[in-house]
Design a protein around this ligand. Structure first.
Ligand code: ARG
Length: 408
């Protein structure tokens, strides 16, 4: 219906489209060309460790009419530049969701902008609808990185239902999804999976076991607990059970261990940026395990006041990332604070994985522990000056006593 811009002029000449291989982004290709007068659509598919085969996806875009189909491996920057900062920030949106999807969007946006500049495109496009968070994240990030580029979001304007989209695709030679067996909308990458739609839209209905793929059910988890030891340097996880692993391998190992023991499932009602509440199922085993261990190490190595302020800023950091403000000034300023706190986060944490639980059972830091035996002990080598507490309490309680004397 909405054919082109008001005067009938093409919306853009050459467009780089974020491509997943799904029906919606596939339909964007002929739609941009036929309805919006775009001359050339170049697709870009990101490998974020989701485990899809990229060659069929690359060919699918060409079959749908893309003039060039590019794929790019973004797994390493995804982990080192996005996941690790989130671990250092103990980032949990609304106290629960470790941002597995949200963290990928600014990275994809950054790469889209680079590709657009390399190929001389005047716009970038994505297949997000108008009621999700991902459109916000893409649009804001692209606007921040490349104000000269237009952002096109056909699915926000075309007003087609799922069936109409499939039919439009079939007329353009895009095959309908092989089976309609999965009623769910799934986003996945190396950090985890998000599952929405189908019967999950009723918040009172329990998620069926079939929605999970990275985590075992508690029933299927091993009966025996497993102890894992996670080592950190400068706030980054560097080794599991004494074996040093590169960042990507470490995340994979953490996923396998936590997933095996059924740890890392989340079922929550979440507040979206666009104002609606939605029911979300996540499984993010490794990321949740690493955040839990990292929090624990900080409790041993951060000064009390730093730890308290950090906790407040962590909440804000998670909100900023969720809300698409990765490249904003507040996120950058908080990053400076967070980075400054991490130089002493060195040591290791022992976690017991068992039947859906990850329980911290030990923590140590040879170089940075602020836990002092002679202060903490109740034994005979106690060095704490008990009598000094009296003067401290005299001053500490003075305002309360003065207030009480006046008002009670
Ligand atoms: N609600 C989650 C988030 O905002 C997951 C979004 C999943 N995205 C998707 N296109 N299926 O991060």
């Amino acid at each position: 219906m909405t054919a082109t811009a008001q005067d009938g002029a093409p919306r853009a000449r050459k467009v780089v489209l974020a491509y997943s291989g799904g029906v919606d982004t596939s339909v964007c290709i002929p739609y941009l060309r036929q309805e919006w007068g775009v001359e050339e659509v170049i697709t870009f598919a990101a490998d974020l460790g989701q485990g899809d085969e990229l060659e069929p996806i690359r060919l699918k875009a060409l079959a749908a009419g893309a003039s060039q189909s590019l794929v790019g491996d973004l797994i390493e920057p995804f982990i080192t530049e996005f996941a690790f900062p989130a671990i250092r920030a103990n980032a949990l949106y609304e106290g629960r969701y470790p941002l597995s999807t949200a963290l990928a969007r600014p990275l994809i946006a950054r790469r889209l902008v680079e590709v657009a500049r390399e190929v001389g495109a005047d716009a970038v496009a994505h297949g997000c609808t108008g009621k999700g968070n991902d459109q916000v994240r893409f649009d804001v990030a692209i606007g921040a990185l490349a104000p000269e580029l237009k952002v096109l979001a056909p699915a926000r304007e075309w007003g087609m239902s799922r069936e109409e989209t499939i039919a439009y695709g079939e007329r353009c030679g895009i095959p309908a999804p092989v089976s309609k067996k999965s009623p769910y909308s799934i986003d996945l990458n190396l950090l985890g999976r998000s599952i929405e739609a189908g019967e999950l839209e009723d918040p009172a209905v329990a998620p069926p076991e079939e929605v999970y793929a990275m985590t075992r059910s508690i029933e299927a988890a091993p009966a025996e607990p497993q102890l894992v030891e996670i080592a950190f340097e400068g706030g980054n996880p560097v080794a599991i059970d004494g074996e040093r692993l590169d960042p990507v391998a470490l995340i994979r190992r953490a996923n396998d261990l936590a997933g095996l023991h059924g740890f890392g499932r989340i079922d929550m009602i979440e507040n979206r940026v666009v104002g609606i509440k939605s029911r979300e199922i996540y499984e993010t085993p490794g990321l949740l395990l690493l955040i839990r261990a990292h929090q624990e190490l900080e409790s041993l190595t951060l000064a009390a006041d730093v730890q308290r302020l950090k906790r407040q800023l962590e909440t804000t950091w998670a909100e900023l990332v969720y809300q698409g403000l990765w490249f904003g000034p507040l996120k950058e300023a908080i990053d400076a604070f967070l980075d400054r706190t991490q130089s002493t986060v060195n040591g290791s944490v022992r976690v017991r994985l068992h039947r859906g639980n990850a329980t911290v059972v030990g923590r140590s830091s040879a170089s940075d522990s602020l836990y002092v035996d002679s202060m903490a002990t109740y034994g005979s080598d106690d060095r704490f000056d008990h009598r000094a507490a009296e003067g401290f309490i005299y001053v500490w309680g003075l305002p309360t006593r003065l207030w009480s004397a006046r008002h009670r």
